[in-house]
Design a protein around this ligand. Structure first.
Ligand code: MCF
Ligand code: FE
Length: 406
């Protein structure tokens, strides 16, 4: 059992409680949280490790949506427009994916740990990222992705998906959990969708899908028009979308753990439906900005939202603190201090909900995934602690996963 004491404890609990001069007691899970005077009195025989002045303890960050297999991209892919980006992915995918070796992805995971991320939702298109995730101490919910809209390909694609999922299942452990990703409503055939959802329900696997990311996707799904039409005609010989947005969402009833990524073009009805499904929205603000998509309208979002970096295919960083700084700046109408607190909850508690994990809050009984960091100077007001944590943190001082220092 360990006790750590810090100037500030950001619990990310249901009420976003922040404790000044707080302490946390934990082994592999959290045993107690409170003011230092209370903890010292309750556990008089256990040594307290003081993290010093201007120190902060908070739950490890949860990056609910990342594509590690695109980690070799820096300047290759074209930003500024979703269709141009997609075409550049198709043109350069093989080269980029080949350059994303296990060693490179391992380095990216180490960088993520150093910048305070203790859990990721990794969307895996090819399982090239399997080894790197299994070897890393970071917690991974590993989403084997299904993709393919062409009828004559579905059997092959389904067989390939099942073999990737089964391989991932072989590595199930405390910090590696297999799950299922459906690429999107435009790219997955109804047969694949139905079969894969059946597996997710039967095996109680977490499920995630990209949903209404761009205006082009909206045009195509609702009206069979726009630049997706040209794309689907040329590449796949299709002239109509395989499903409408609401038809797609209607398939996702009774899922234990469900999330939709982006959703920036979702209608109010879609957002209501997402909420009623008990799903989380993975918000990837930098990716949305770089592909020139709209900004998620947080005033319309009813479901809880988590934060994802997406891959280096649509970001220049996999650091959650970089992502949180961008989110803080992009959503300029939100009051900054309240919003910073909300963002920290999104990046911890809500990420855990998106991935179906007992993590993300400094609350008794939760997994002891904890980060410690130091602010550069003294903060007087509890009100601005979250803002300063987001503004000033590049790397953290300590990372605990399941109570172990990593
Ligand atoms: O989230 C971004 C943008 N939207 C869709 N897909 C991806 C993103 N980053 C990587 N991808 C992957 C996706 O998982 O791109 C591949 C898929 O396997 C090709 S289709 C764009
Ligand atoms: Fe993505």
């Amino acid at each position: 059992m360990k006790i750590f004491k810090a100037s500030w404890l950001i619990t990310c609990d249901d009420s976003s409680t922040i404790i000044k001069d707080g302490a946390i007691v934990f082994d592999n899970s959290i045993i107690d949280v409170g003011e230092i005077s209370f903890i010292e009195e309750k556990y008089p025989n256990i040594a307290v490790q003081d993290l010093g002045t201007n120190s902060v303890l908070m739950p490890g960050l949860i990056n609910s949506h990342v594509h590690l297999e695109f980690s070799s991209n820096t300047t290759t892919l074209q930003y500024g427009n979703f269709m141009q980006w997609l075409n550049s992915v198709i043109a350069s995918r093989d080269v980029l994916v080949e350059k994303a070796t296990t060693a490179l992805m391992g380095e990216k995971l180490d960088d993520m740990l150093r910048s305070g991320t203790t859990t990721i939702g990794a969307i895996s298109s090819y399982s090239h990222d399997l080894k790197a995730c299994v070897q890393s101490p970071i917690n991974t919910v590993f989403f084997a992705e299904v993709i393919g809209s062409k009828g004559d390909m579905v059997d092959t694609l389904f067989a390939d998906f099942k073999s990737r999922l089964n391989e991932a299942k072989g590595y199930l452990s405390q910090n590696f959990i297999p799950a299922i990703a459906i690429h999107s409503p435009y790219s997955v055939h109804p047969f694949l969708l139905r079969e894969v959802l059946k597996i997710a329900r039967e095996d109680e696997l977490a499920l995630s899908s990209h949903f209404l990311e761009s205006p082009e996707e909206f045009e195509w799904l609702h009206k069979d028009q726009g630049s997706f039409l040209e794309f689907f005609k040329n590449f796949l010989g299709q002239e109509t979308a395989v499903t409408k947005p609401m038809e797609f969402l209607n398939q996702f009833s009774q899922m234990k753990t469900l999330s939709f990524t982006h959703c920036v073009e979702a209608s109010e009805k879609d957002l209501e439906k997402i909420k009623s499904l008990g799903a989380v929205i993975n918000h990837c603000p930098t990716s949305n900005r770089l592909l020139n998509n709209s900004k998620l309208d947080l005033s319309k979002v009813e479901a809880p939202y988590s934060i994802g970096t997406d891959g280096l295919s649509s970001n220049n960083s996999l650091s959650m603190f970089d992502e949180l700084r961008n989110a803080l700046m992009i959503h300029e109408t939100q009051e900054v201090n309240e919003f910073a607190k909300e963002l920290l909850v999104s990046a911890t508690k809500n990420g855990a909900k998106a991935l179906g994990l007992n993590k993300g809050s400094l609350v008794k009984g939760y997994d002891a995934d904890i980060i410690a960091l130091n602010l550069p100077n003294h903060v007087d007001e509890e009100e601005s602690v979250a803002t300063h944590v987001i503004l000033h943190t590049k790397e953290v001082e300590r990372v605990f996963i399941g109570g172990e220092n990593v």
